[in-house]
Design a protein around this ligand. Structure first.
Ligand code: ADP
Length: 489
């Protein structure tokens, strides 16, 4: 039974439209046995060789049309050929002679031409339909691939608001699995107004508005509430869709995740706040110290004046450091951070940096361990800057607690690996990548306690990357941090 169904399925021309399955041979498998059966019927059952004449003509025309529509021009021509062959067999086997023979041959030849024409016309029709269908399927497939891989979420709705197509990015941004067939009003996505945080009304969705008002909507900002309450900033644009007669068939809406852009904007604002604060502090002190200096000079208290000058120098150094960092960030952004590489003894450079820092801030112990001397081609000044940043961070974020251990060794990949370990406040796992981003500082509320811009590690990463090295951190909150970087030997 199943085999019979499979055979019908195989022969069904409609089921195979668009498949470009053309065959010259298949019609033989069916039509030759059929002709034999017909002959058996005529001779054995009807006992009259001429009883199948009319049947044969009608039946074979139907078969030619059928095979042409199932197996293309090839199939149709094969069927026509078998038909003509069968007719000639009939002429031969019935023993026609004389005028009857010639008129039969003449008729059969004319019929042959007609059948070939029929086979080609129907076959061509079938092949044209196939080509058009394949084109349409390809176009649809292309569209689906584009939609699937777009970096934005997309939803296509019909004029009733039912979602007909969507992509994985939509689910990724909204945190909800959205299936075609549900209404856009009830697809589970929670949209809030960005300022008031009020829930967006059902028919306020830009796709619905675009459909209703028959106009495009650009970049409306919303907050998406994910299932666990996390908020994501998105921009939604929508446009009405029309068929070829200009009749509204629904709308398409596009959702773009702008959380990162908003975060960066916030970081920039924070940066301006912190930068102005950081710049103001030394300047205020400078004004104060200059006042004191003026007084002491007036009173000719040279010793005291000298002390104040020392303090002024310190503040100016701080200021210079901040301005240098700002300049470095701007150099990195414009691609103008140029390295001056020279042969350098890395072990000596590290020792120098540590000595300078000890001199500057003698309280905390810095231990340096290394086995062999290490020679590298580096920009000495820039690598010194990275080391200074990592060690001052280690001091800053351990607030004098525990020793700072600096190690230099050659790792398995034959690169020099430098590590700076502290026993301070540590860094949470999810922030360990972000601290190397521009202007990133871990805790806003710590901004006061730990002065800084969040520029140091960003600059360090850039310098190390330009040296074809890597920089990373290993830490957990409260358990100190170890920063590593590598340099090619
Ligand atoms: P800054 O120290 O000026 O804020 P950095 O770019 O040097 O900027 O550091 C970025 C952030 O990384 C710091 O704000 C701090 O939160 C964190 N951080 C850096 N080094 C350490 C460390 N050794 N221990 C704990 N946190 C650190």
């Amino acid at each position: 039974m199943d085999k019979l169904r499979a055979l019908f399925q195989y022969l069904n021309p409609i089921a195979h439209l668009g498949e470009k399955q053309y065959s010259f041979v298949v019609p033989f498998y069916f039509m030759v046995p059929l002709s034999a059966l017909l002959e058996i019927y005529a001779h054995q059952i009807a006992q009259d060789p001429n009883s199948v004449g009319m049947v044969a003509i009608v039946l074979y025309i139907a078969l030619i049309i059928f095979f042409a529509f199932r197996f293309g021009i090839k199939g149709g021509l094969a069927a026509a050929l078998i038909t003509i062959g069968y007719y000639f067999y009939v002429i031969y086997s019935r023993g026609y002679a004389g005028a009857q023979l010639w008129s039969s041959i003449n008729l059969t030849l004319w019929l042959g031409l007609l059948y070939a024409f029929l086979a080609m016309t129907v076959g061509w029709l079938k092949q044209t339909i196939d080509r058009l269908l394949v084109m349409e399927i390809n176009a649809k497939h292309q569209l689906q691939t584009i939609i699937k891989n777009l970096p934005v979420g997309i939803k296509i709705v019909d004029s009733e608001g039912l979602i007909t197509m969507t992509n994985d990015k939509t689910s990724e941004i909204t945190g909800r699995k959205i299936r075609p067939g549900v209404s856009i009003k009830a697809d589970g996505v929670v949209l809030l107004h960005p300022k008031s945080k009020k829930l967006m009304a059902e028919n306020e969705h830009p796709a619905m508005v675009a459909n209703r008002a028959d106009k495009s909507i650009f970049n409306k900002e919303f907050l998406v509430e994910k299932p666990l309450g996390e908020l994501q900033s998105v921009l939604i644009s929508a446009a009405p869709l029309k068929d070829k007669d200009g009749i509204n068939t629904g709308a398409v809406s596009i959702m773009q995740d702008i959380t990162e852009i908003r975060e960066l904007e916030k970081r920039k604002d924070d940066f301006i706040n912190i930068a102005s604060h950081e710049l103001k502090t030394p300047v205020t002190s400078l004004v104060l110290f200059l006042g004191i200096l003026k007084q002491t000079l007036k009173k000719k208290e040279i010793a005291s004046a000298e002390k104040t000058v020392g303090k002024i120098e310190n503040q100016l150094n701080n200021l210079q450091e901040l301005i240098r960092s700002l300049l470095d960030v701007s150099r990195i952004q414009t691609g103008k951070l140029v390295l001056n590489k020279e042969k350098t003894r890395l072990d000596e450079l590290i020792a120098e940096v540590i000595t300078a820092l000890k001199h500057h801030n003698g309280k905390q112990k810095i231990i340096f361990s290394y086995k062999r001397k290490a020679e590298v081609m580096i920009d000495k000044y820039r690598i010194g800057q990275v080391l200074t940043n990592l060690i001052t961070n280690a001091m800053k974020y351990s607030e004098g607690k525990g020793d700072i251990i600096v190690r230099l060794k050659r790792n398995q990949t034959n690169k020099y690996e430098i590590s700076v370990k502290d026993h301070g406040i540590g860094i949470k796992q999810d922030q360990q990548k972000k601290i190397f981003e521009k202007l990133y500082q871990v805790n806003e509320d710590k901004a006061g306690t730990f002065p800084g811009f969040g520029m140091g590690l960003y600059i360090a990463r850039e310098i190390i990357t330009q040296h074809r090295g890597q920089i990373w951190v290993d830490s957990s909150l409260g358990k100190g941090a170890t920063f590593y970087f590598t340099l090619p030997a």
